[in-house]
Design a protein around this ligand. Structure first.
Ligand SMILES: [Zn+2]
Ligand SMILES: [Zn+2]
Length: 97
């Protein structure tokens, strides 16, 4: 994952951290995991809350911040697309499948 300098303050996405990331701080960044402290780069993936309402694959409506997001890459007509899928609390996240 690339190291970037943050342009705005944020939150570390590493499991068990969740600490503040300050503007101008060096962090690890990827689209799938978001921003992390350098020392947290190898930590397990934390829960990434959904900021918008969505629908889980089980059909349940998921209110904002009540579920988790999982990044899926799909290929359609040779083009890669990144799609964020919402999972409700009852369903395990879609990672590792
Ligand atoms: Zn951290
Ligand atoms: Zn569900």
């Amino acid at each position: 994952m690339p190291v970037i300098v943050t342009k705005k303050a944020g939150t570390c996405t590493a499991d068990g951290c969740g600490g503040r990331i300050l503007k101008g701080e060096y962090v690890e960044y990827s689209a799938a995991t978001g921003t992390r402290h350098l020392e947290c780069a190898n930590a397990a993936q934390g829960m990434r809350p959904n900021l918008r309402a969505g629908t889980c694959r089980c059909g349940a409506a998921v209110a904002p911040r009540q579920g988790t997001l999982t990044l899926k890459e799909s290929v359609r007509r040779g083009r890669r697309r990144k799609v964020w899928l919402v999972s409700c609390r009852q369903c395990p996240s879609l990672g590792g499948g």
